[in-house]
Write a new protein. Sequence first.
Length: 345
Amino acid sequence: MQPFVYIALPARVVFGFGTAKQVAQEVTRLGCSRALVLTTPQQVAAGEQVQADLGDLNVGIYSKAAMHTPLEVTLDALAQAKALGADCCVAVGGGSTIGLAKALALHSANSAKLKIVAIPTTYAGSEATPIIGQTEVLPEAIVYDVELTLSLPPQMTVTSGLNAIAHAVEALWAVEANPIISSLAIQGIKAIARSLPLIKAGPQSKDGRADALFGAWACGTCLGAVGMSLHHKLCHTLGGSFNMPHAETHTVILPHAVAYNAPFAADAVSSVAKALGVANASQGLYDLAKENGAPYSLKALGFKEEDLERAAELAASAPYPNPAPLKKEKLLALLRNAYEGVRPL
Ligand code: NAD
């Protein structure tokens, strides 16, 4: 028997094909009537479609969302939200756009807090977590519309899928691991692993895309529910201190983080292998990325060899819970393997 504490997060989830058409109902259900649509510059067309679906509830679009939620973008968007009298935002996009929505909710918390309807179009999982920097904001509603993911480019599909799997893998060995989240984690890994070959064979595969988005929800829920460890810490270090790209870095690091922790998290790692349908979890994750066309080395992502040492130092500096002890020399070896892109043993 595994004793546990489990706190369910309160978001409403709507999942299906064409569900973005129901966005007006979701806004009304929140008691809102003036929605500001948020997108990146690359997804204006998707945002305009949602504006049309909002009808009279639409007050405008802000389309400058960017990676890592820059403060000047948040303040600019906040000024637009105030000028338009928005009472909620509808974030159409990946983690960057949903991050902007969370930042707006946070910055407006002292006056009229903007509510959030998230319409995720990647598998990053931000919509299902309250995480924003050091504080917490959770979208009130998530509308998963598989149709909106059909346009996710093939390589981003694989890296974003591996980004999602990383949440599930770390949930399985988390200090707060519990049977509900572990079962979601396994379902999420299975769904994404089975989706990627289908999407590679046909990017418009409805079964593949539906599985991948369901997996994204399951894995995102894991990220929101329990603490993450070595893998996320390393990716956070590489993203924050070396400006490495988010999903691609997760993809490259994950097999090596699993190999590092495997001797100290045997049950979790064996569950990952089983969910992937392979004998060795770290090799299975490496093959899943490589065979589906994702980058598999830090070198290929432009990381500089001379930065390996400093990255290992940073990753070993602040202690955090992790199955295997965090030793600088071992972390350096992990990072070097990831840099070279070798298949884990
Ligand atoms: P992203 O949101 O930066 O999107 C990458 C690019 O893909 C953007 O140009 C975007 O417009 C485009 N795109 C997204 N969906 C598309 C689609 N369906 N079709 C065509 N183009 C599409 O990438 P991401 O990986 O989703 O998010 C990364 C960011 O999210 C990072 O800043 C990361 O730190 C953050 N994040 C936060 C959490 C959290 O819980 N707080 C979780 C995961 C990620």
